[in-house]
Design a protein around this ligand. Structure first.
Ligand code: NAD
Length: 501
């Protein structure tokens, strides 16, 4: 059992004492790379440099893929019994718990997530990995009973080398939850984390080694998307690419697969999730609370954020007044204070993206009920909750993913109209329906095009429970299954074996 860390009382002091290692992890150790070029990660709460990282490229990706392939072919991991792999995955969960504070602090520094949320994320990640460990030996093969003179088996085997490309919004959590299912079923992995926040993911290699996962099975290479990410996506010896990020990048990865080796893709991309509120609901205060939580958690930088409020015209004024009042009370704070619940946006690029979407909404005629523009943020990336009413479904603010604390309010008069607006974007990630009418709830659960539909529960944070439920995005929110046993199955392929004496 690894030693637990002692909890810092002063997170700023703990941050100042950190010496994060920016080097890639290949073949079970940190390696020196001489790329001649680097990139900087920046603390969005202060503008200060957190680390200088190497711009790894095709040669480093090549070394990592070779290391992963050699480890896979050796059988040291791929041929281990699933139960034994499960034990080591559980040991990895213990490592995550033991290093939760360092992982959380790295994410807070690089992308501004409040430290209390980042710590919560690592608790959740530990539980998620434990669940994966329990599932490792539960993928049962099948015997097909169609020929009494033969045994026809459908067996599942690991693909080989899995590439993983991750975003910055939950850096360590998404890194862990993408990689561990692939490892649990015997694959080797090369992970390319986001250039905005790579340090927590780079730390995961050491945790894997301490958990007894053999050298070369898990490799991590930092770098820019268009360089290291593209090299991984175009590599001909990568069998599967699992990706979380924007729909635009997801589309590029489909092209790269076609241009290289038709590698399988699992894509978890963007969303513009609706919150649909019918007039039969009882408690508008609770719903307003949940809606504000859903658009302000992680400063709105959540793929499943409920960024479109669709409310029945008869209750729109009453609900929107409550939403605005609560959103106005959400104050940005220093992410290194444990009392802070709302931090800055993750980067200057993200700040500019939010600013331009807000300007476009105003230009297109949406009514700004709450202005989140910061008075003066210095070098920091703060932006407060912003609410637009009089939004029509065709406006950019109703169609495009903003990835910030910006809520668009639209009204409807009938169930059909609500469904039509809800389904009227390119996305189909999640949706929440607030109604007391069970028949309506069941109808909408089927009619709404989304990978996950929540009926009247608190969507704060909105994250799908990936430990138990499998999830498959609709339309341009992605493709392939993540979460639960289905998520493990995504990292295996089916083989038919016939015994016919
Ligand atoms: P992004 O697409 O810009 O980057 C994601 C990753 O892809 C990064 O590691 C980046 O370096 C890499 N990348 C960028 N261009 C590339 C290229 N040409 N080739 C290969 N790799 C490339 O996304 P982001 O801004 O980091 O993250 C925000 C997006 O992630 C949002 O759209 C959000 O909805 C989505 N997201 C989705 C989920 C989900 O489960 N569906 C979860 C979290 C985030």
């Amino acid at each position: 059992m690894p030693e637990p860390e002692t909890t810092p009382t002063d997170w700023s002091a703990a941050a100042a004492a950190l010496r994060p290692d920016p080097r890639p992890w290949i073949g079970g150790r940190r390696v020196e790379v001489d790329t001649g070029r680097g990139f900087r990660s920046e603390n969005p709460a202060t503008g200060a440099t957190v680390a200088e990282l190497p711009c790894c490229g095709a040669a480093d990706i090549e070394a990592a893929v070779r290391s992963a392939r050699t480890a896979f072919e050796s059988g040291a991991w791929s041929q281990l019994s699933p139960r034994e792999r499960g034990r080591k995955v559980r040991a990895f969960a213990e490592q995550v718990r033991a290093h939760a504070q360092e992982l959380a602090l790295l994410d807070t520094l690089e992308m501004g997530m409040p430290i209390a949320n980042a710590l919560g994320d690592m608790q959740e990640a530990g539980g998620h990995v434990e669940a994966i460990a329990e599932m490792a030996d539960k993928l049962l093969d099948e015997v097909i009973p169609n020929d009494p003179s033969a045994w026809v088996l459908n067996i599942r085997e690991p693909h080989g080398v899995v590439g993983a490309i991750t975003p910055w919004n939950f850096p360590a959590y998404i890194g862990i939850s993408k990689v561990l299912p692939a490892l649990a079923v015997g694959n080797s992995v090369v992970l390319k984390p986001s250039e905005i926040a790579s340090l927590s993911c780079l730390k995961l290699g050491e945790l894997a080694a301490a958990a007894g996962i053999p050298d070369g099975v898990f490799n991590i290479v930092p770098g820019l998307g268009g360089e290291a990410g593209a090299a991984l996506a175009l590599h001909k010896d990568v069998d599967v690419l699992t990706f979380t990020g924007s729909t635009a990048t997801g589309r590029r990865l489909l092209e790269f697969s076609g241009q290289s080796n038709m590698k399988r893709l699992i894509l978890e991309c963007g969303g513009k999730s609706p919150q649909i509120v019918f007039p039969d609901v009882a408690d508008l205060d609770r719903i307003a609370e949940a809606i504000v939580g859903g658009i302000t958690f992680n400063t709105g930088q959540v793929c499943v954020a409920g960024s479109r409020l669709l409310v029945h015209r008869s209750i729109a004024d009453a609900l929107v007044a409550r939403v605005v009042e609560r959103a106005r009370a959400v104050e940005p704070g220093d992410p290194l204070q444990e009392s802070t619940g709302f931090g800055p946006l993750a980067s200057r690029g993200q700040l500019e993206r939010v600013r331009s979407h807000v300007a476009a909404a105003t230009e297109q005629g949406a009514a700004m009920l709450l202005d989140g523009t910061p008075a003066s943020a210095g070098g920091a990336c703060f932006w407060s909750p912003t609410v637009f009413a009089d939004v029509t479904p065709g406006m950019r603010v109703a169609q495009e993913e903003i990835f910030g604390p910006v809520l668009s309010v639209m009204t409807f008069d009938s169930e059909d109209e609500a469904v039509s607006i809800a389904n009227g974007t390119i996305y189909g990630l999640t949706a929440t329906v607030w109604t007391a009418d069970l028949g309506r709830a069941l109808r909408l659960a089927r009619r709404i095009s989304a990978g996950a539909v929540t009926i009247g529960a608190d969507p704060t944070g909105g994250r799908v429970d990936a430990t138990t439920g499998a999830f498959e995005p609709h339309r341009q929110s992605g493709l392939g299954v993540e979460g639960g046993l289905g998520g493990l199955r995504s990292f295996t392929r089916l083989k038919s074996v016939t015994f016919k004496p």
